[in-house]
Write a protein that binds this ligand. Sequence first.
Ligand SMILES: [Cu+2]
Length: 110
Amino acid sequence: MMTWLRGAALALAPLGALLVHAYGTAADFTIIQKNSTFSVHQITIKVGDRITFVNADSANHNVYSETKGSEFDILQRPGRSDTVRFSQPGSVEVQCAIHPDMTLEVQVRP
Ligand SMILES: [Cu+2]
């Protein structure tokens, strides 16, 4: 019985290592929306990284992207935060559908 358990653990070990590797290199960034502006207007990340958008205003925001392969569209009530994972390399234009002056360029490196 002990031998079987040990064998099973060894067989599963490579799978666990693979999962850690797949998610281990991704980084998380946070961008705040305050006074109807993004806290940064340009950011460079890598494929697989995540950006959490926080609405720190007392009004709604609607962060979105129509860049091909990186589309998203999120209505955010005050205080809400949502995370977007960027899986396509290239330049992603991010805007707010409610405040057209709110712009952000996300450079996603391969
Ligand atoms: Cu807005």
